[in-house]
Design a protein around this ligand. Structure first.
Ligand code: ZN
Length: 525
């Protein structure tokens, strides 16, 4: 049975328990208070009902796998912020956004650092960018022996209303802020200097074998001059013109695109509104409307398999999305859009207040409405957009639509379905951390990754190279050679180190490791 509940009804209705959360079918729920009974928000029946899958299960050759590794807009333990990981059966992989907390999910999924070297930012809000620090800092210590490639929006061009209101603060009050992705990356490189140098006693140099195998086209067979895993290659995507020629790199051996005939390897092709293109894959972008000028959505097309995915990032409802999703003759396979709970529900959950006439509730409501007006896609708008994309004959309906960036529990999911179903009856689901979609031409299988909460770092995808680290010591007295773990300490500091034999005379630092019998050496797995 379907109970239609309106936004107002959701505040007033009493009675029924949560309805069945069947995919592709209308669902419903109603409760007697704005704040649900304790426990109700603690479950996600939809997610639990999905087919379990083990992390690291090999992809089919023609499979596109989409893993949701951060799905929330707010901070919560059950859902990290924002990240979508796309893997293709040809070995390529792409990260779309990496907000706070998502790296723990990547690690739990067994995704090695080397597969996280191409990152596309929809915008530069912290809930979409903050785990970049972790990916950048720890990747080269693991198996990401390649530059980190980053794509994101150009500068907003929004005039600073403080300028020149306070001449004494003029230095901090430019007329326009340098708020583009290249500005972000330049400062990001500088702010992480202490980290990157301090860890450079292990080898972080590029692995020549690593780069082509990670899908940087134009490079296979080319001897790439070596650089460092802490190199960044940033490409700015102009939200207004679609221009992609603005790039910045910490290593000049990665030549700019457009230098025809230079004889140098070129990492990837771009053109207007296309951020990345190879013979097999195209990633185009389109404007989103969120925060301020600059937000973007992406469309990934696996050209050789005829599969596609759209990720809106954060946005107000807009027709750029409809244009992108209806371009060409085939519907998009998976359309991922942010959605946001209705403002009354947001305030009730956030504040615990149920009296909508309470002045605090009213103030919170105004704030929630302002945030949504600036930034987000209401549930009902998502349904409306999907109906517009599908068209009257439903021919362009995405094979699966996914709402994300959403507090996904039974109560909010049921309300979202009711709003979406008002406009759209096609296949829809709501993302949760560790939801995995296995997409082929013939099926889209929705799975739930079963992972350990106590995972160790992901296995390296490649054997560690024996290259010399930046801080190296080849002297025979150095038992760690070529690594030089003590090279960055002042001798006066080291004088204060406690002798390890004082606390453990049988430990490896004092007695050394027991020798391995020759028969036991070699590879064990
Ligand atoms: Zn945002």
């Amino acid at each position: 049975m379907t109970i239609k509940i309106s936004r107002r009804d959701a505040l007033k209705l009493s009675g029924a328990a949560v309805g069945g959360l069947t995919l592709g079918g209308a669902t419903s729920a109603a409760w007697n208070e704005l704040a649900p009974p304790p426990g109700l928000t603690q479950v996600n029946t939809l997610f639990k009902s999905l087919k379990p899958i083990s992390p690291g299960e090999p992809l089919g050759k023609s499979e596109m796998r989409i893993s949701f590794l951060g799905t929330s807009v707010i901070e919560r333990r059950a859902q990290a912020r924002s990240s979508v990981f796309v893997e293709l059966g040809n070995g390529e992989s792409f990260v779309f956004d990496c907000g706070s907390g998502v790296v723990s999910n990547y690690v739990a999924m067994g995704i090695p650092w080397s597969r996280m070297n191409k990152i596309f930012f929809t915008h530069l809000h912290g809930d979409h960018t903050s785990d970049l620090t972790h990916i950048y800092c720890f990747g080269p210590q693991g198996d990401r022996k390649s530059p980190l490639f980053i794509w994101g929006p150009s500068r907003s061009g929004v005039f600073n209303p403080d300028y020149p209101a306070n001449p004494r603060k003029q230095r901090y009050n430019p007329d326009y802020f340098k708020d583009g992705t290249i500005d972000f990356c330049m400062h990001f490189r500088a702010m992480n200097r202490w980290h990157t140098e301090s860890q450079s006693f292990v080898a972080t140099e590029w692995d020549p074998a690593e780069i082509p195998s990670r899908g940087v086209p134009g490079w296979p067979g080319v001897t790439v001059p070596l650089g460092d895993g802490y190199d960044i290659y940033a490409t700015e995507l102009d939200w207004e013109s679609g221009d992609t020629t603005n790039w910045w790199c910490t290593n000049q051996t990665l030549v700019p695109r457009g230098v025809a005939g230079s004889g140098q390897p070129v990492p990837f092709d771009t053109r207007d509104w296309v951020a990345y293109e190879t013979r097999e894959v195209r990633i185009s972008f389109f404007p989103s409307i969120h925060g301020r000028n600059g937000s973007l959505g992406y469309k990934l097309e696996w050209l050789t398999e005829g599969l596609s995915m759209i990720f809106t990032g954060d946005t107000k409802p807009n027709d750029f999305l409809i244009t992108s999703a209806t371009a060409g003759s085939k519907p998009v396979d998976v359309l991922i859009s942010e959605i946001v709970v209705n403002p009354e529900i947001w305030v009730a959950r956030q504040s615990g207040l149920t009296n909508t006439c309470d002045s605090t509730f009213q103030a919170g409501l105004l704030n929630a409405e302002a945030v949504q007006e600036n930034s987000h896609t209401p549930q009902k708008a998502f349904g409306y957009i999907l109906s517009k994309i599908a068209g009257p004959d439903k021919k362009m309906a995405p094979r699966l639509a996914v709402g994300t960036h959403f507090q996904a529990t039974d109560d909010t999911i049921a309300l979202a379905f009711d709003d979406i179903r008002y406009w759209y009856a096609g296949a829809v689901t709501i993302a949760m951390d560790l939801m995995v979609l296995r997409v082929t031409k013939s099926m889209i299988e929705q799975c739930r990754a079963v992972v350990s909460d106590f995972s160790w770092s992901a296995q390296w995808d490649r054997q560690r190279r024996t290259a010399n680290p930046k801080y190296a010591d080849m002297s025979s007295q150095n038992r760690y050679r070529p690594m030089a773990p003590l090279a960055q300490f002042d001798p006066d500091l080291l004088k204060h180190v406690i002798n390890p034999c004082d606390y453990d005379k049988y430990g490896w630092q004092c007695a050394g490791n027991p020798p391995c019998p020759p028969s036991a050496t070699g590879k064990s797995r």
